[in-house]
Design a protein around this ligand. Sequence first.
Ligand code: HEM
Length: 404
Amino acid sequence: MAHFTKATSVKDWLNQRLAIEKVEKVMASEYWIPKNINFLWAMGLILMITFVLLLVSGIFLLMYYQPNVDTAFYSVNYTIMRDVDFGWLWRHVHGVAASVVFLIIYIHMFTGIYYGSYKKGREMIWLSGMLLFITFSAEAFSGYMLPWGQMSYWAGMVITNLFSGGSLHADFLVEWIRGDYVPAQAFLSRFFMLHVLLLPLAILGLIGLHFAALRIPHVNNQDGEEIDFDAESKKYLAGDKVGSKVMRFGNDFLSKDMMVVGIYLIFFFYLVFYHYGFAMDPVNFDPADGLKTPAHIYPEWYFLWSYEILRPFSTDIGLMAFGFAQVIFVLLPWLDRSPNTVPASRRGLFAIWFWAMLLDMIVLTAMGKLPPSGIFSTIGLVAALTFIGLWILLPIITMFEKKV
Ligand code: HEM
């Protein structure tokens, strides 16, 4: 056994048993962050905080929610919203956080794309990020089923129908996923299990992987500068804090991050108290009814762009286009052939590609919410074709990019 001495303080007692000083160094005071990064690099921490808000509010909701097709709707809309003290507050925190988390995920993703933070050595950060995106999408979808309102039921019906594979008629797969011919008790029970247990566990594991993937390459910076973290941290520790290009994560960088987090939380709670309605669909305030199809079935805003890629085509082509849209972002580190890890503004054609992609996804999102008829369906079709075309062009335009 190791040699233990009489502790001089609680910290010393803990240090002898858990090496807390070493852990603190590795995680905070000697975890080096470049100085030349802007507020967009706070999005990771904001995502972490929003995930904690989702976990805590979800635990409170779980105390009263009933995963049963006969009582689920009432447990949410009456018990939680009216009977339980502050139940409405937890529900609004949970609903708003579920929506806002996607806004931040998209900002975080597009920041990574703009600065090329998925390239050379950072592929694992990107891959784990994309796995988080997919798991968060599944988490949001399964949560949407739980109030067992009209949109829960019909969105569940439409999305699970996609697994029949169009002309493949893989109806057995749809029935297997639902545990029934239509969404019913087995469906609700399994989506409840996924939402409160399996997917949150997967997200926790993936966040661990995402953070581990950041350790060796470190975070990128806004100038596309290749920083020698060993040399710069030595400079910092030797006392040249001004000359060094890096700073400590804790508490120096964290204090800057907290400023952005503060502004975010004001915005977040403003939404929770004054504009929570945007995160809830009015149609979902009617209980699920398998005999009454709503006039328009559409997903939450964060899935609209991929929904619109599915809609303008015939069933089979639409499904293929949809499948393409789901996986293509994962392949970005390999489709971008350029040797440059610099901001898009210095990458010629890639800058046009970046802004065209962002704009196209905004157009797809807007069209996804509108009924697919007349001019809207034409715009939707053009935007979906543009999306596919941009991805085909990416390897070609980046292959010819000169080293800057
Ligand atoms: C939802 C859970 C997520 C959490 C908690 C999270 C957290 C973080 C944190 C703390 C950082 C370091 C600081 C920063 O750059 O903001 C980071 C970096 C990064 N994340 Fe995420 N992230 C998440 C999802 C994603 C997604 C969906 C992607 C996209 C694929 C992604 C891609 C990246 C990339 C490329 C970096 C490196 C940025 C750089 O080197 O400058 N992350 N993430």
